[in-house]
Write a protein that binds this ligand. Structure first.
Ligand code: LLP
Length: 390
């Protein structure tokens, strides 16, 4: 046993015998690491009285939400069902924010009934519809304008959201007309502005650029005699997919202190964050079994019983996830690690060095806690993989 588990997270190592009994594939969550991550984030955010709303889209499993709630974070939702999941899992409606370019009437009505804290609105048209639906209920909905700040997040193009070419948010040149529209909408109250420029952002200078833009927008609103109580800077902090052991907890200290340093706040203003990935990615692993080894022309294929149906990130964003063999200590050999789905993109990694791998070996695909299980599909009529919490 010694040696070959070196470098693999201790939780996997300690529980290997038990894990071998479970039907594969499954998602394995380390709640201890989750707790430590949440506590560190909470500790750093609270230094500056910042409010964190956990982005449920990253992982909405109840045991995960329980831990998030326990540290006092609110919820950031992008669908009616996420609002529902937040409320059913005990988040107070006054801690729930609701974003999304395409909120349906049904979703808006549900959120209005729950009296959530804030709708992050993404277009004039949405403002008009929200106003109408709120009026039908004799309510006044609190809103933040989601502004597209045209800041490049330097991340994968599919997870860049803050450029003018993206569908998200209201562009700067539309703000004047949005303000005159707002004056006519009596069932809407503007309480803040909202930004979210993208995800898996590792270069913190991107957030500094965001702060500069937020400060400029604040000036603009002040010049129109509008004082905003809430500034929501979204989420996006990235994690280290290459070294899940060395850096299991992202550098929340640097992240929050940057916003403290560069955001120019007016007295009484509250700052909100919507972190998803940074809080949950490292606590999750996709565990799979090797079904077959197949010799190719230039490579060997290790064919797993997990595929893009359980973790679509490599296929969709060409993203890297560290792959480890939990049960072999042999000499290293190069493999293309692939899934069973009938798509060539169903590949977790090319030319991956692994100890010589055999049928039945357990394979860990790391850093799968965020955007793993939530993006699972039943393509090829596959059944949903289980979640195990340790
Ligand atoms: N707030 C809003 C409005 C968002 O759209 C998102 C993510 C977040 C917060 C949370 O961002 P985070 O802190 O997790 O970066 N499926 C992709 C990621 C999509 C992110 C979508 N929006 C992936 O697997 O990389």
């Amino acid at each position: 046993m010694k040696g070959y588990l070196k470098g693999i997270h201790p939780m996997l190592k300690e529980n290997i015998t038990e894990l071998q009994q479970h039907p594969t594939p499954f998602y394995l969550y380390n709640l201890d690491l989750l707790r430590q991550t949440l506590q560190k984030a909470q500790q750093e955010a609270s230094k500056y009285d910042f409010h964190v709303h956990y982005a449920l889209k990253a992982n909405a499993n109840s045991p995960v939400l329980d831990e998030v709630r326990a540290v006092g974070f609110g919820a950031d939702c992008v669908s009616g069902n996420e609002v529902k999941a937040a409320i059913e899992n005990g988040f107070a409606p006054e801690d729930v924010v609701f974003a999304g370019v395409g909120k349906s009437d049904e979703e808006i009505n549900y959120a209005l009934d729950q009296d959530i804290f804030c709708f992050n609105c993404e277009s004039s048209h949405e403002l008009e519809i929200l106003n109408e639906l709120a009026a039908n209920k004799n309510k006044v909905a609190q809103i933040a304008l989601r502004i597209n700040p045209n800041v490049n997040a330097n991340t994968h193009k599919y997870i860049t959201t803050g450029l003018e070419e993206n569908k998200f948010g209201i562009n700067a040149w539309e703000l004047e007309s949005v303000l005159s529209l707002l004056q006519k909408l009596e069932n809407i109250k503007l309480i803040g502005i909202h930004f979210h420029i993208g995800s898996q952002i590792q270069d913190l200078s991107v957030f500094k650029n965001l702060c500069t833009r937020v400060n400029e927008f604040q000036e603009w609103f002040l010049s129109h005699n509008i004082e905003l109580e809430h500034i929501n800077v979204g989420g996006g902090l990235g994690v280290d997919y290459y070294h899940p052991e060395q850096q299991p907890i992202p550098d929340f200290e640097a992240y929050f202190s940057l916003f403290n340093q560069f955001l120019e706040l007016r007295p009484g203003q509250q700052v909100h964050f919507e972190l998803g990935r940074a809080l949950v990615a490292q606590c999750g692993t996709l565990v799979s079994k090797v079904l077959y080894i197949k010799k190719g022309v230039n490579t060997n294929f290790a064919i797993l019983d997990a595929g893009m149906t359980e973790l679509i990130r490599p296929a969709l964003y060409q993203s890297y996830h560290k792959i480890e063999n939990l049960t072999s200590s042999a000499e290293e050999v190069r493999y293309d690690v692939v899934g069973p789905i009938c798509e060539s993109s169903d590949c977790f990694g090319k030319a991956v060095m692994l100890p010589e791998t055999n049928r039945g070996d357990l394979i860990a695909i790391r850093t799968a806690g965020a955007y793993g299980e939530v993006m699972a599909s039943q393509y090829n009529l596959r059944k949903k993989a289980e979640a195990i919490y340790l």
